[in-house]
Design a protein around this ligand. Structure first.
Ligand code: NAD
Length: 481
C-alpha cells in the first residue's frame, strides 16, 4: 500500500510546502548522477508499461469513449519512446562542453566550459486531450536534466488524474515526483507556485494568465499551446496521397490534437475532387458513427456544444458543409462525424479559432500568394503542412512562413521525432521539449571559467593607476575592432 504525496485537491499552503520539501531534497542531493537520471526515466517507462490496461480504461472513462489502440499509441507508447530516447542519450547530453577560452588568459592555462546543471523542481501542467503524453513527454527532458517534478494533470481528466496520483508513489519517492489533483482552482494555485521552471500545455488564452502569474516569481516557462495549423495543398500535389495523409492524421483522437490539420487550402479547381476522394476514404475508415469504438468521443458536453455552435454558425453564414457520416438519433455518446466546412466566411468561429474536434475547414485559393498572405496575417501556427512535388514551391512555403514545426507531404509526424525539438512560436507557444534542445531547456546552461596558472594583468600594466600608454593602447584596439 502506498500513500499519495499530497491529498486530493490540496490547498495553496499544502502545495507550496510540498514544493519546498522537494526543493530542499534537491539541494541536499547535490549533483544528480547519470545513473539516477536513467533510473528515474526507466521507472517512468515501467509505470506506463505495467499499467497500460488500466491507463486505457481511465482515459476512456474521461473521454466518454476512446479506443485502447489510440491510448496505447498516444499516451503509452509515444511517451515511452521519448523516455527511452532520453535514457539512451543522457550521458552524452550531460557531458560538460569545452568552450573557447579568453585571450590572453588562455595562453596561461585558463579555460572555459559549459555545464548543464539541473534547475531544481519543475512543474508540469497538462491537458485532457493526451492526458499522459502531455505529462510524460516533457518529463523525459525534465528527468534527463536531473530535476524533480510536480505534475498537475488536467481537471478535465479526473479518472486519469486520480489513477496517476495513486500509481506514481509506487514507483517514486514523493520528493522525486509528485502529482497534484483537483479542479480549476487547484490548477490556478499550482501554476502560481515558485517553480524553477514550469511547463504549461493548453490554449493561448489561458497561457496569457499563466505568464502573468509566472511573473510574480520570475518562473521560466515552456508554453505548449495551440492554434490553427494550416495545410497547404499545392497544384503539384498528388491528391490521392494528400487525402490519405490528411485522413490518417484526422482519424486520431476525434480531431482533438494540437497539431491537427485545421484548415486545408486547396487550388480552387481541385476542391470538389478533394471532397469526393476524402469522403470516399473516410467512409471506409468509419462506416458508422454512433457506437463505433474506433471513433474517439468529443471530450465533454461543453466542447460538443462549442463545436455544434461553430458548425451551425458557419452553415447560417452560407458555408457549404459536408457531413461524413450520421449520428444515430437514439445514441447518447458524443461520437460525431467529421464535418468538412467549405469556405467558411472570415467572421465565423470555424475560420477564426482553433477547431479542435471533428470538423475541418477547406478554403479554395487561386494563387498561392493569397494563402501565404492569409497564414502570415494570422497568429503563428504550431504546425504547418505543405503538400506538393514542386521543390521550388516547397522551399518558397518554408522560407515565407513561420510555425512551430512543419511536415512536407505529411501531417503531424514531426511530433514523434524524439531527436528534434517540439514547440510553438509566437501565439502557439515558446520553448521546446524533445532531443538535446529539450534537455537544454530544462537545464541551467552554466558557464564556468577556470583560471590558469598565471594572470598577466599586472605584468601588462592593465591595473590602476591607468597609464597614458594603456589608454593609447585601448584606443588603438577599439579603432582596429
Ligand atoms: P485550456 O487552456 O483551457 O486548459 C489547459 C489547462 O489549464 C487545464 O488543465 C485547465 O485546468 C488549466 N487552466 C485553465 N485556466 C487556468 C488558469 N487561469 N490558471 C491555471 N490553469 C488554468 O486548454 P484545454 O482545453 O485543456 O486544451 C486544449 C488546448 O491545448 C488547445 O488549444 C490545444 O491546441 C492545446 N494543446 C497544445 C499542445 C501542445 O503540445 N502544444 C498539446 C495539447 C493541447
Amino acid at each position: 500500500m502506498t500513500t499519495r504525496a499530497l491529498p486530493a485537491a490540496p490547498n495553496a499552503d499544502q502545495i507550496a510546502a510540498h514544493l519546498q520539501r522537494q526543493r530542499a531534497a534537491f539541494m541536499a542531493e547535490g549533483p544528480v548522477s547519470a545513473a539516477l537520471r536513467k533510473d528515474r526515466l526507466r521507472r517512468c517507462v515501467e509505470l506506463l508499461k505495467h499499467n497500460s490496461d488500466r491507463i486505457c480504461e481511465v482515459i476512456s472513462d474521461d473521454f466518454g469513449a476512446r479506443h485502447p489502440v489510440s491510448t496505447l499509441m498516444m499516451d503509452v507508447q509515444a511517451p515511452i519512446e521519448a523516455l527511452k530516447y532520453a535514457i539512451k542519450h543522457v550521458d552524452q547530453w550531460m557531458r560538460p562542453q569545452r568552450r573557447a577560452g579568453l585571450f590572453p588568459f588562455n595562453l596561461f592555462g585558463a579555460r572555459a566550459e559549459l555545464r548543464y546543471q539541473p534547475k531544481g523542481v519543475v512543474g508540469i501542467a497538462g491537458t485532457w486531450n493526451g492526458p499522459l503524453f502531455m505529462i510524460f513527454a516533457p518529463l523525459a527532458g525534465v528527468f534527463a536534466a536531473g530535476n524533480r517534478v510536480m505534475a498537475k494533470p488536467s481537471d478535465l481528466s479526473p479518472h486519469t488524474s486520480e489513477w496517476l496520483a495513486e500509481a506514481v508513489p509506487q514507483y517514486f519517492d514523493p520528493l522525486e515526483f509528485s502529482v497534484v489533483t483537483g479542479g480549476l482552482d487547484v490548477a490556478q494555485t499550482f501554476t502560481r507556485q515558485a517553480f524553477d521552471h514550469l511547463v504549461f500545455t493548453g490554449s493561448t488564452g489561458v497561457a496569457r494568465q499563466i505568464m502573468r502569474d509566472a511573473a510574480d516569481h520570475l518562473v521560466p516557462l515552456t508554453l505548449e499551446l495551440g492554434g490553427k495549423s494550416p495545410t497547404i495543398v499545392g497544384r503539384s500535389a498528388d491528391l490521392d496521397l494528400t487525402v490519405e495523409k490528411i485522413a490518417m492524421g484526422r482519424v486520431q483522437n476525434g480531431g482533438q490534437i494540437c497539431v491537427m490539420p485545421d484548415t486545408v487550402y486547396l487550388p480552387r479547381e481541385r476542391v470538389d475532387e478533394f471532397v469526393d476522394k476524402f469522403r470516399a476514404l473516410w467512409l471506409t475508415l468509419f462506416p458508422s458513427v454512433s457506437g463505433n469504438p474506433d471513433i474517439t468521443s468529443v471530450a465533454n458536453d461543453r466542447h460538443l456544444q462549442r463545436l455544434d455552435a461553430k458548425i451551425a454558425e458557419a452553415r447560417a453564414a452560407g458555408a457549404r458543409i459536408e457531413t461524413l457520416g450520421q449520428v444515430d438519433p437514439s445514441a447518447t455518446d458524443r461520437r460525431r462525424p467529421l464535418h468538412l466546412v467549405l469556405n467558411p466566411p472570415e467572421q465565423t468561429g470555424i475560420a477564426r479559432e482553433e477547431i479542435f474536434g471533428p470538423a475541418m475547414a477547406l478554403v479554395a485559393y487561386d494563387d498561392l500568394s493569397e494563402v501565404l498572405d492569409k497564414v502570415n496575417a494570422g497568429e503563428r501556427p504550431l504546425a504547418l503542412y505543405y503538400f506538393g512535388r514542386d521543390r521550388a514551391e516547397q522551399e518558397h512555403v518554408l522560407g515565407h512562413t513561420l510555425s512551430g514545426g512543419v511536415c512536407v507531404n505529411d501531417v503531424m509526424l514531426h511530433v514523434g521525432l524524439n531527436d528534434v525539438p517540439f514547440g510553438g512560436v509566437g501565439a502557439s507557444g515558446m520553448g521546446v521539449y524533445n532531443g538535446p534542445e529539450g534537455f537544454a531547456q530544462f537545464s541551467h546552461l552554466r558557464g564556468v571559467y577556470h583560471a590558469g596558472w598565471w594572470d598577466p594583468r599586472r605584468k601588462l600594466g592593465l591595473l590602476p593607476p591607468y597609464s597614458n600608454k594603456l589608454l593609447k593602447m585601448m584606443q588603438a584596439t577599439v579603432r582596429r575592432a
